[in-house]
Design a protein around this ligand. Structure first.
Ligand code: SAJ
Length: 434
C-alpha cells in the first residue's frame, strides 16, 4: 500500500521521456532510481548533468541529484513503482513491424526484482496488446506472484499503460499539466497507477483499460500525421500550379471550421513518423488513409530534395546554405529529421557548394563526412551564400530581417519569411521551365 508513504520509483530508460519523468517524480519527493544501458548516460546524470537538450531540464536534474532524490545506474534494484520508458522503433524490414524488444527486455529486468504490492507502468508508445504481452512475460518469469487478469484472487502486482504525450521543447511543462490516459490491465491496476500519477501530474488523469490507452496514443499521433499530410499535399499541388501555399492556407484558415496545419520538408521525430505504422501493422487492410498519409509525408522529403536541387543547379556560381537540421524548431533532436535528410542528399549531390547552418548541432552528423559540405554560422551564410534553403523554422532564422536576405534566392520550405520577394515565384518558374 502506498498510503502517505512515498513510493520508491525506478524509471527504466533515461531518454527524452524517461529522464524528465524521473526528475519530476523525484521533485515530488519520491526516491528515484533511473536505469539506463549507457554508462555514459548514467555517469552524466550522477554528476547532476544531462545528455539531452530540453528547456529547464538541466537545473531540475541538478537539483534532484544534489538532494539525493535521483540516482542513475545500469543495475536495477527493488522499488515500489516501475516506469518503463524505453524506445519502441519499427523494424527496417520494409514492413514497418513494431519492435517491442526493448520493452520486453525492460520487463525481464523488472521481473527479477518484482515483489508483492508493486506497480509496473509502461509509458513507451506501443502496439495494442503490448502491456498484456509484458504481463505474460513477467508472469512466466515469476510464477510465485499473482498477476492481474491471470488470477481470480487479488493480484500481487498492478500493471498499467500510461502514454506520455509531451511535446519536445515543452516537456517539463506538459509532463505536469497535460491530461493523461491511464489504462489498467484491470480497473484495480488503473486505480493504483492513478494514485501514483496524481503525485506529480496536475492535468486530469482519466482511467481506462490498457488496450484502449495503447490505441489512444497511436491515434493521437496518426491524427496529426494525417493532417500534416494534407498540408504537405497542398504544398505540392501549389508548386505544380504556381501558387503560394502559405497564402492559400492563411486564407482558408479564416473559415471558422477549417484549421489546416503547416507544410514543411516532411515529418520527422521519433513519434509521428513512426506511430501510425503501429496501427497499420495491426490492421493492414483497414488503414489506407493512415498508410497514404505516411507515404505523402515521406514523399514530401523527396519533393523538397528535387526542388532544391533544381534551384542549386540553376545558380551554378552561388554558394548554398541549408538552414537547419533538427526535426523541428528550437530543439537539438535530429532523429528521423527530414531537414537532415534533405541537406545530406544535397551535400552528396553538390559537395562543397553546400553549407549547413544548425546552431543546435556541435558538428555535422556522420552522413556528411566526405561530401565536402561544411557547417557554417548564420552570419557567414548571410554574407556569403546566394542561395538559402530553409529547412527548419528555428526562431534565430525567423528573425533575420528582409534587408539581410533580399537579393538572395530563397527556397523556404517552412514559410518563415512571408515577406521574401519572389521566393515562390522563382521556384515555381524553375519548375515550369524544367
Ligand atoms: N510538423 C509540420 N507541420 C505542422 C506541425 C508539425 O510539418 O503543422 C512537423 C514538425 O516539423 C516535425 C513533425 O511534424 O517534423 C512532428 O512535430 P510535432 O511538433 O507535431 O510533434 P512531435 O513529434 O514533437 O511530438 C508529437 C506530439 N503529438 C501530437 O501533437 C499529437 C506530442 O504531443 C507527443 O507526445 C509526441 O509526438 C510523442 O512523443 O509521441
Amino acid at each position: 500500500m502506498m498510503g502517505d508513504v512515498k513510493p520508491d520509483v525506478c524509471v527504466v530508460g533515461l531518454g527524452y521521456i524517461g529522464l524528465p519523468t524521473a526528475a519530476i517524480i523525484a521533485r515530488a519527493g519520491c526516491k528515484v532510481l533511473g536505469l539506463d544501458v549507457s554508462q555514459h548516460v548514467v555517469d552524466t546524470i550522477n554528476r547532476g548533468e544531462i545528455h539531452i537538450e530540453e528547456v529547464d531540464l538541466d537545473g531540475l536534474v541538478h537539483g534532484v541529484v544534489q538532494r539525493g532524490l535521483l540516482r542513475a545506474s545500469t543495475e536495477i534494484a527493488a522499488s515500489d513503482v516501475f516506469v518503463i520508458a524505453v524506445p519502441t522503433p519499427f523494424e527496417k524490414d520494409g514492413h514497418h513491424t513494431p519492435d517491442i524488444s526493448y520493452v520486453l527486455a525492460a520487463a525481464t529486468q523488472v521481473a527479477a526484482v518484482l515483489k508483492a504490492g508493486d506497480t509496473v507502468i509502461l509509458e513507451s508508445t506501443s502496439p495494442v496488446g503490448t502491456t498484456e504481452q509484458m504481463r505474460d512475460l513477467m508472469a512466466g518469469l515469476r510464477p510465485d506472484l499473482k498477476f492481474p487478469g491471470k488470477t481470480k484472487e487479488t493480484p500481487d502486482v498492478s500493471i498499467a499503460y500510461c502514454p506520455e504525450r509531451v511535446l519536445p521543447g515543452r516537456i517539463l511543462e506538459e509532463l505536469t499539466n497535460n491530461d493523461r490516459s491511464i489504462g489498467g490491465i484491470t480497473p484495480r491496476c488503473a486505480r493504483k497507477a492513478l494514485a501514483f500519477y496524481k503525485r506529480f501530474v496536475r492535468g486530469t488523469c482519466v482511467t481506462t483499460d490498457a488496450r484502449s490507452a495503447e490505441m489512444t496514443k497511436l491515434v493521437e499521433n496518426a491524427y496529426r500525421d494525417v493532417n500534416i499530410a494534407f498540408a504537405n499535399e497542398l504544398s505540392m499541388v501549389a508548386d505544380r500550379m504556381g501558387l503560394d501555399v502559405w497564402e492559400v492556407i492563411r486564407l482558408a484558415n479564416r473559415h471558422p471550421r477549417v484549421n489546416i496545419l503547416q507544410p514543411g520538408p516532411g515529418v520527422g521525430g521519433h513519434c509521428i513518423a513512426v506511430d501510425p505504422w503501429f496501427i497499420v501493422a495491426g490492421a493492414p487492410d483497414e488503414t489506407p488513409l493512415i498508410r497514404t498519409a505516411r507515404n505523402v509525408n515521406d514523399g514530401k522529403m523527396h519533393h523538397v530534395v528535387a526542388k532544391a536541387a533544381e534551384l542549386v543547379e540553376a545558380h551554378p556560381g552561388a554558394k548554398v546554405a541549408c538552414l537547419g537540421l533538427a526535426f523541428k524548431a528550437n530543439i537539438d533532436d535530429f532523429r528521423e529529421s527530414p531537414a537532415r535528410y534533405v541537406a545530406a542528399s544535397l551535400a552528396r549531390k553538390f559537395g562543397s557548394r553546400i553549407n549547413v547552418v544548425e546552431p543546435y548541432a556541435g558538428q555535422l552528423p556522420r552522413e556528411f563526412e566526405g561530401t565536402g559540405a561544411v557547417q557554417i554560422d548564420l552570419d557567414t551564410a548571410l554574407e556569403e551564400c546566394g542561395v538559402l534553403i530553409v529547412l527548419v523554422d528555428h526562431d534565430v532564422f525567423k528573425v533575420v530581417p528582409l534587408a539581410e536576405r533580399s537579393g538572395k534566392v530563397v527556397y523556404d520550405t517552412r514559410g518563415i519569411w512571408p515577406d521574401q520577394p519572389g521566393a515562390d515565384v522563382a521556384a515555381a518558374g524553375l519548375r515550369l521551365a524544367s
